[in-house]
Design a protein around this ligand. Structure first.
Ligand code: ZN
Length: 77
């Protein structure tokens, strides 16, 4: 099951802004996974995340983005 070098999704918490995010990466068993994930957590782009959160707040008018895009697709036909 645990093939070395297989893709894994790991939940990380940014040490700077405490955002939980998922990183998918190919991890071989030859590296120190704990140190690797710690380094990846520290790579979190806090500024980009903050901007994303802002833009989500700004689009609060769209309550269900999925439904809205479906409706838009329907309207094209
Ligand atoms: Zn962060």
């Amino acid at each position: 099951m645990a093939k070395s070098g297989s893709a894994r999704g790991v939940r990380l918490v940014c040490p700077k802004c405490a955002t939980k995010f998922t990183v998918v990466a190919f991890v071989s068993q030859t590296i120190d996974a704990v140190e690797y994930w710690k380094a990846r957590a520290e790579e979190h782009d806090c500024e980009a995340h903050a901007k994303l959160m802002d833009s989500m707040k700004n689009s609060e008018g769209i309550k269900n983005p999925l439904k809205a895009s479906k409706a838009a697709a329907r309207g094209k036909k």
